[in-house]
Write a protein that binds this ligand. Structure first.
Ligand SMILES: Cc1cc2nc3c(=O)[nH]c(=O)nc-3n(C[C@H](O)[C@H](O)[C@H](O)COP(=O)(O)OP(=O)(O)OC[C@H]3O[C@@H](n4cnc5c(N)ncnc54)[C@H](O)[C@@H]3O)c2cc1C
Length: 375
């Protein structure tokens, strides 16, 4: 039988949220922290690329690309480019994040163990991490988790991207192609291309849909071939690929799941329902937990988004799912009608009520009223 070891804090999962929390706790000198990472295999997360609006400098060492301008291409009309200052758009590849995190953790007292966690049992004074032989005062679980109850809307942001290398210069590395709505649109939801150039000859080119069901790899490949043809790329090779599906739902993801057990990151509601952006909110949650543990307070991760933003997201998702709004027009219109900084803060859930009203006014009012009444 496995001996049970005691810790003050156990962080389950070494992805975006888990590594962030472990590093922050280690660097602030919190003692008795154990990070449980899954061994390579079924439970380890595949490599991925995280982009966010770069207001958080904590992971500056892991940033592999940064853009000060983005372009948005409506399905009719021409592309427009928007300056992001004072923000920028940053790309972090998970392998760089893991490397920087490992270097940081090596300088702290955080203990890293490998185990497949089978479950976490709550208790009045401590929680037990099944499969890792650990008990702790506090457990932060970042393993993927289903919501407490299914939502009324369950869309996915699903995508596949190719890291391409072209035979001649084809990209402007100073502009990230955030949304290109020229690909054929699905009957419900929205589809767009996404281009993150890292040099004149290298870019991550993605095909993304917000819709109910993910595609097969063959369907994504066909869509990507169509999109690269639309971009008019010169001959290119695909050097790597990434694929994923992020839930876009009005379901709630509880952060406190016991007296001693919390969920953090995507499992703890860090995914913005209307956009799929998660990375920044997971960082805010990790920073919040570290600060609470430093002060000796209740370490429940802070809510990633306000109730108001979640309510607005639920309306938007419903309208998108019903086909009541044209997602491509709405999203392209956001950038056309509002200051870029406001749109970026809206995408990140950081806008004020007045700004939110202005954003909501971008959607056809009768449609949003109808959607609101139906909810
Ligand atoms: C391909 C892809 C690209 C994305 N791009 C962006 C982006 O550009 N911007 C953005 O904001 N969001 C993005 N997201 C969404 C989100 O940021 C990521 O999913 C992010 O990784 C979530 O962080 P997390 O720590 O909550 O979960 P994860 O990073 O998935 O970490 C969960 C951890 O739990 C571990 N684990 C699972 N089961 C067990 C077990 N039984 N025992 C022990 N450990 C276990 C896994 O190994 C993993 O390390 C993307 C998602 C995907 C899939």
């Amino acid at each position: 039988m496995l001996a049970v070891d005691t810790a003050r804090v156990v962080v389950v999962g070494a992805g975006a949220a888990g590594l962030s929390l472990a590093c922050r706790l280690g660097e602030q000198g919190t003692e008795g922290v154990v990070l449980v990472r899954a061994p390579a295999g079924e439970h380890s997360a595949p490599e991925r690329t995280w982009c966010s609006w770069g207001s958080d400098s904590y992971w500056a060492d892991a940033v592999s690309a940064r853009w000060e301008r983005v372009s948005v291409q409506p399905h009719g009309g021409s592309a427009r480019t928007y300056a992001l200052a004072p923000l920028d758009y940053t790309m972090i590849r998970s392998r760089d994040y893991e490397r920087v995190a490992a270097e940081r953790l090596a300088r702290t007292s955080v203990r890293c163990v490998e185990a497949v966690v089978a479950g976490v049992d709550d208790g009045p004074n401590e929680a037990v991490v099944q499969g890792a032989g650990l008990r702790a005062d506090w457990v932060f679980d970042t393993r993927p988790a289903a919501p407490a109850r299914p939502g009324r809307v369950a869309l996915l942001q699903h995508f596949r991207g190719w890291f391409v290398r072209t035979s001649e210069d084809a990209f402007d590395p100073s502009v990230a192609g955030l949304m290109d709505f020229r690909p054929p649109q699905p009957p419900r939801g929205v589809a767009f291309g996404y281009v993150l150039p890292t040099s004149p000859r290298e870019a991550l080119v993605e095909y993304t849909e917000f819709s109910r069901t993910a595609l097969t790899t063959a369907q994504y490949e066909k869509a990507l071939a169509g999109y690269t043809a639309l971009l008019g790329l010169p001959p290119y090779e695909v050097v790597a690929a990434e694929q994923g599906a992020i839930p876009m739902t009005d379901a709630r993801f509880p952060r406190r799941v016991g007296r001693r057990v919390f969920r953090l990151g995507a499992a703890g509601g860090a995914t913005r329902p209307s956009t799929g952006y998660t990375f920044s909110a997971a960082q805010r949650q990790a920073a919040g937990v570290a600060a609470a543990l430093r002060k000796g307070g209740d370490p429940c991760p802070p809510a990633a988004y306000s109730r108001r933003h979640l309510w607005m997201d639920a309306l938007l998702l419903r309208a998108l799912d019903d086909g009541a709004i044209d997602g491509a027009d709405f999203l392209a219109g956001l950038f056309e009608r509002h200051p870029t900084e406001r749109v970026l803060r809206f995408l990140d859930g950081a806008t004020s009520p007045v700004e939110d009203l202005a954003v909501m006014a971008s959607a056809p009012k009768t449609v949003m009223m109808r959607t609101m009444l139906r909810r």
